[in-house]
Design a protein around this ligand. Structure first.
Ligand SMILES: NC(=O)c1ccc[n+]([C@@H]2O[C@H](COP(=O)([O-])OP(=O)(O)OC[C@H]3O[C@@H](n4cnc5c(N)ncnc54)[C@H](O)[C@@H]3O)[C@@H](O)[C@H]2O)c1
Length: 346
């Protein structure tokens, strides 16, 4: 399967500020940064989220920027009532971030993963196509490429899709549906292949090696490295991702575009960087990889994003980890901005 790189409506920048933007999954890690960024750029923003992993506290910055209780819709992308806001509010752009984003969860429960990531995505796309949404900006993952040979890194957008995990499969299916809705219904889209996103507000849990390590050291626990730690991923700071998504909302659909740093960073290097940001010299504990068939190395080629969106990453890994650790410490001491009063009843 080849990735559909060229989408309907590849145009130069429109320069138009999107008037109304609906962000599905807007209370999540990436979504909350996107909502704040879009509001700063002058758009009216609404959030659709079922708060399965998202948190109202994540929207504190956006509330300071003018987001109100009425702009936060509690609903499920899998339900017809959930996507009703698209028909009623008629956003000109939909940023689709709501998802089951965890690889381990997808392995434990492929049915749940497919329900949210495939069925939920099709429900959103269908509502967009029926409501005349100008543009959909979608988040997919480098996991759609599966295992890539070393000489093919960094991966370009036209690399064959060959996922090796249920999460990679469900995210790849979303990409194919986007392409179909584009061709069949003229739905213009930008589908962002994200590297490993890290930064403030990422929850530990199953997601994100940086936040897992930060949480461990913050809680006085030993960090765990699965495997020998030489496996690599492409890490990109959440602020850079939010900027890319906000920029995409100000363009016509550009098809598939990689959003990452373009560099491989090993898990051992991640730990050293986190450890240095904390100023400690604890060693990590090595444990076997929980699954066979893990992707060994990953990096994404970001030239297309630079050419079509004028985007490039601005935050280096060391700087991004330092900002993440600083914010995690601030949260631990409770000195972050508190939730709005209306949020407390949720
Ligand atoms: N974090 C990463 O490294 C990364 C990498 C590649 C792609 N992505 C993609 O980026 C997007 C955002 O991921 P994230 O890391 O911010 O995860 P997240 O879990 O913080 O955000 C997902 C949001 O979607 C909401 N949600 C989940 N199921 C829903 C449903 N059925 N209906 C309505 N809302 C629902 C959650 O409550 C949450 O607010 C996802 O599409 C994910 O697959 C993330």
């Amino acid at each position: 399967m080849d990735l559909p790189v060229t989408a309907v409506g590849v145009d130069p920048p429109t320069g138009l500020v999107p008037r109304r933007v609906l962000v599905t999954g807007g209370a999540g890690f990436i979504g909350s940064h996107v909502v704040a960024r879009l509001m700063l750029m002058g758009s009216q923003v609404r959030v659709l989220d079922n708060f399965s992993t998202g948190r109202i506290e994540n929207l504190a910055d956006a509330v300071c920027g003018g987001l109100t209780e009425a702009d936060v819709i509690s609903g499920d992308i899998r339900a017809s009532e959930g996507v009703e806001v698209i028909h009623e509010w008629q956003p000109d752009v939909v940023v689709h971030l709501a998802a089951q984003p965890s690889l381990p969860t997808a392995r434990r429960s492929p049915l749940y993963d497919a329900d949210v990531n495939v069925f939920g995505t099709v429900n959103v796309l269908d509502a967009c196509a029926r409501s005349g949404v100008r543009l959909i900006v979608n988040a997919t993952s480098s996991d759609i490429f599966g295992s890539v040979a070393a000489h093919e890194l960094p991966v370009r957008e036209d690399h064959p899709i060959a996922p090796v995990s249920p999460y990679g499969v469900s995210k790849a299916v979303g990409v194919h549906y986007l392409d179909w809705y584009g061709r069949q219904h003229g739905l213009s889209y930008t589908s962002m292949v994200l590297g490993n996103v890290y930064g403030p507000r990422q929850e530990g849990g199953d997601c994100g090696v940086v936040s897992l390590m930060v949480d461990a050291l913050l809680g006085g626990r030993q960090a765990v490295i699965h495997g020998d730690g030489t496996q690599t991923r492409d890490f990109v700071y959440v602020g850079d991702v939010a900027e890319a998504i906000a920029l995409a909302c100000h363009h016509s659909g550009v098809g598939t575009v990689n959003i990452a740093s373009g560099r491989q960073t090993s898990v051992n290097e991640v730990y050293d960087t986190v450890r240095e940001a904390f100023g400690v010299d604890e060693v990590a504990r090595y444990e076997p990889l929980p699954w066979s068939g893990e992707v060994r190395d990953m990096a994404l080629d970001t030239r297309r994003a630079r050419e079509l969106l004028g985007w490039h990453p601005t935050v280096g890994f060391t700087e991004g980890v330092r900002m993440t650790v600083r914010e995690a410490r601030r949260r631990q001491t409770g000195s972050h901005i508190l939730s709005p009063a209306w949020a407390l009843s949720r």
